[in-house]
Design a protein around this ligand. Structure first.
Ligand SMILES: Nc1nc2c(ncn2[C@@H]2O[C@H](COP(=O)(O)OP(=O)(O)O)[C@@H](O)[C@H]2O)c(=O)[nH]1
Ligand SMILES: [Mg+2]
Length: 586
């Protein structure tokens, strides 16, 4: 069951979620409805809180027990008496929500002692509250009673045949609360103590006093908590008030539904037609169309992957992710061959700049060896030493008109895909928020790009051993060459040459120094080829890894900005749907 309080909460949700999308007239309508409802139903829309007020000893607690049908409130023969209010909630088996609502209401009223009762013929919407004495010598008790007299729906003044004319009670209490919006019922309790023939006179006299207090035409009931006389009538009077409140609540429900029907379309929300297959059911239920919830058709719950990936693609293009990834691979090959290439030619490499450095993109901020491995390009050597953080902006100029245009187009497409075929105002709204966020995207991308740890910027383990072997091979070749040169020098000076040692078991004559040159040079070439192959394979996987990391970074920059904002709008739509549905629910 949807209570008026539920609807009021839904109205508040609708004002919050739909606010940015509604014009002044619609916002005004929602505000006015809220004010009207709150004024009409007061605190408790579904329940009628009936408070028993009066002087000490008039029999409030006894009457309360008689009304509740059970002994729940303490009855005192001697004072002081009831210090805290005690509530009796009428059991409601058919609608547990109503009972929950009653508890919420009593929480608000700060009435903590509660009893669930089930008196004969009682209205489950009535909540009885036994109050502390209005004339209590304890100021705190009086304060509780006064506070609640302002809040309850029905004030029942309980008097007795002796004190009903007490001036203090009339002037200080009844007259003070006469203008109260709550319905007032007046009771002369302990009527069993009055002789039958005097009763009318007592009632009449009390009514006149009440008229003087500002309650003209007040209904006075005569009750006896002891004999039960008039108790049922009092309960019925309370139920009458509850029924009046229900009639108001029904009228208000119609107002809520009408407002939902008017505001819904402004928010692109509609109540879809009942599906065909329910025709049978509606025939069974007498042809009444079942209520349908509001929906914003065509709007997804979350940002579609397709939209997200599309924007990552666009931003990757704008940020030249492929070029960076290529440079990561090329840089690795460049450095690998500088460390492991043939020593005779590798120095040529030094004249070419590192491909990554050319892009001025940061390597790891600082290497583990305490040395910054910033590929600083022209200023690399100067900036490299001990620089803890790569601060230079990338040279990708995401701010350039070309890049900006790619990003803007990507963002528009993102908004378009996310909006799907949702009705107005959602596509425009999504475009607006996405555009606003996309403004900051180039900066965000530049930040993540310069702060992404690119892979493969350090040395590989195999470079050192390969380098050592390279140098050894060169040494062997140089030694062979030295040997031969030494021998020819001896010949030149006519000194007889010692016998040249030959390599055995080859089937042809090969002097050892010659073999050393061939072996040294051959090994150098083989190693250079091998290192190039290894570097290329590794570079390939580094390129993919770099591309992956950059795309992840870009995706997170998008998540923090555009995607987040778009999701907020999708959530807004769901809130609007929920609120409208609650307002319109039967
Ligand atoms: N004869 C008679 N005595 C009553 C009636 N209602 C309450 N009393 C007695 O009045 C005294 C005070 O009752 P109580 O309910 O504690 O009054 P409270 O102070 O207003 O809560 C108790 O002794 C009750 O038994 C009644 O209808 N008839
Ligand atoms: Mg009492």
């Amino acid at each position: 069951m949807t209570t008026i309080s539920d609807r009021l909460r839904a109205l508040e949700d609708l004002r919050t979620a739909g606010g940015p999308l509604l014009d002044d007239a619609a916002t005004g309508e929602l505000t006015a409805l809220d004010a009207r409802v709150r004024e009409r139903v007061g605190l408790s829309a579904e329940h009628t809180v009936v408070g028993l007020f009066g002087a000490t000893g008039s029999g409030k607690s006894t009457l309360f027990n008689a009304l509740a049908g059970e002994e729940v409130s303490r009855v005192a023969v001697r004072r002081p008496t009831t210090a805290q209010p005690v509530a009796a909630i009428v059991e409601n088996r058919t609608s547990p929500e109503l009972e929950d609502e009653a508890h919420r209401l009593l929480d608000w009223l700060e009435v903590s002692e509660r009893h669930i009762v089930s008196p004969d013929g009682a209205d489950p919407r009535v909540i009885l509250v036994d109050m502390p004495d209005f004339d209590s010598v304890q100021a705190a008790n009086r304060a509780v009673a006064e506070r609640l007299a302002d809040l309850v729906d029905v004030v029942v003044w309980v008097s007795d045949p002796e004190k009903y004319a007490d001036r203090v009670m009339h002037q200080e209490f009844i007259a003070r609360f006469a203008s109260h919006r709550a319905v007032t019922l007046s009771v002369i309790n302990q009527i069993d103590r009055v002789r039958d023939r005097d009763r009318d006179a007592v009632v009449q006299s009390f009514a006149e006093l009440l008229a003087a207090d500002g309650l003209p035409g007040a209904e006075v009931l005569a009750t006896s908590a002891r004999t039960g006389e008039g108790v049922r009538e009092l309960l019925q009077a309370a139920s009458r008030v509850a029924k009046q409140k229900e009639a108001i609540a029904q009228r208000l429900t119609a107002d809520f539904q009408a407002t939902a029907a008017r505001v819904g379309p402004m928010l692109g929300a509609s109540q879809p037609e009942a599906p065909k297959r329910s025709a049978l059911r509606s025939a069974v239920t007498g042809g009444r169309t079942k209520h349908q919830d509001f929906r914003v058709p065509g709007l997804p719950d979350t940002v579609p992957t397709e939209a997200h990936d599309g924007l990552v693609d666009a931003c990757s293009r704008a940020a030249q992710v492929d070029a960076i990834a290529r440079a990561v691979g090329d840089s690795y090959i460049h450095r690998a061959s500088r460390s492991t290439g043939w020593p005779g030619t590798r120095w040529l490499r030094s004249f070419r700049p590192d491909p990554l450095a050319r892009m001025r993109l940061g390597f790891a901020p600082a290497s583990r060896h305490g040395r910054a491995v910033t590929a600083g390009g022209a200023d690399g050597s100067a900036a490299g030493e001990g620089q803890p953080e790569f601060v230079s902006r990338s040279s990708l100029s995401l701010d350039a008109p070309g890049s900006r245009a790619v990003i803007t187009r990507g963002a528009d497409r993102f908004a378009e895909v996310t909006a799907g075929d949702a009705p107005a105002p959602w596509p425009a709204r999504l475009r607006d928020v996405v555009d606003a966020e996309a403004e900051h995207l180039p900066d965000g991308l530049d930040y993540v790009l310069t702060h992404t740890q690119l892979p493969g910027t350090g040395r590989s383990w195999w470079w050192l051993p390969l380098n050592i072997i390279q140098w050894l091979a060169l040494l062997v070749a140089l030694a062979g060459l030295g040997w031969l040169l030494g021998l020819s020098a001896l010949g030149f000076f006519g000194i007889p040459q010692p016998e040249l040692p030959m390599v055995q078991g080859l089937g042809f004559p090969l002097p050892v120094p010659t073999a050393m040159i061939i072996l040294g040079l051959g090994l150098g070439i083989v190693l250079a080829v091998l290192s190039t192959l290894l570097a290329r394979v590794r570079a390939g996987s580094l390129r993919s890894a770099a591309r992956r990391r950059l795309r992840t970074s870009i995706a997170s920059a998008i998540d923090d900005t555009v995607a987040d904002a778009a999701q907020e709008e999708l959530d807004r739509a769901r809130s609007v749907e929920g609120a409208l549905s609650t307002l319109a629910r039967a």
